[in-house]
Design a protein around this ligand. Sequence first.
Ligand code: XMP
Length: 319
Amino acid sequence: DWSMAAYRDEAIEKIRKQVGKGRVICGLSGGVDSSVAAVLLHEAIGDQLTCVFVDQGLMRKAEAEEVVGLFRGHYNIPLVHVDASDMFLNALSGVEDPEVKRKTIGRLFIDVFEDEARKIGGADFLAQGTLYPDVIESVSFSGGPSVTIKSHHNVGGLPERMNMKLVEPLRELFKDEVRALGRELGLPESFVGRHPFPGPGLAIRCPGDITREKLEILRQADAIYLDEIRKAGLYDEIWQAFAVLLPVKTVGVMGDGRTYEYVLALRAVTSVDGMTADFYPFDMNFLGRAATRIINEVRGVNRVVYDVTSKPPGTIEWE
Ligand code: XMP
């Protein structure tokens, strides 16, 4: 793509100008945005860049292995893999409010990045894969008054005491443009086409109190749901699909016994930029198949529901 090749060269120049001889830490989340930002930065400044993948204990099944594998195997980009799950899950214990979850997670991420910066003798910049819609949603929503829907959209929302400056090379791009740039940079199609995944991970797909037990149930159910979506050939038609574990138990019957287990909600939407979205009109047979598999294979879930809310008025994530 001609325009993306030109954009990429411009972006590389801009990064070099901003960063100079400085050292940069880039947090990798497993999502498309941070991966594209990391590869772009690597082209621009080579070994002035250190990538850090923080496993906060809120990843999906096999996510950590996939990301670490891609970066260590395909690129020679130095990658630090930090297992911080105990720290994150302990800090989140008893936290129910979605915004408190986000702020707790955001603060811990910065702590980890600053720690890693110290280990490499200091860093001047923190790189983020902030996109244009993140910037817009922090200013106004649907042209209305200035409100913050979710704190990640509040791009000024980093702790004030942070002593690294920000580098945000994707700040002018929409998701489809980030994907085009990723292709231009040679990222594998399987990675470029991945559904978006939020920085706070499964924490915001587990409304209410988060426990290791609930996260494990959610991880298993989510993997089955996505497996069924891939088998049905629907993955690329959908902008984002995931499961949400509700903090509600209901009565069921299995074999000749009564069960009392969690309700799981399935979500799938189509969208162009994540700012508005429509629920995906699955065939009922598909939903029935996914629900049956989840209930049969995952202990702890005895009822599955499908979310038919579009955005607005719903948001894509439940928290
Ligand atoms: P919402 O739920 O606001 O989501 O309709 C729009 C897009 O943003 C993602 N999202 C987040 N991404 N940190 C992130 O990095 C967050 O706190 C966060 N909250 C939502 C969401 O997955 C969707 O793609």
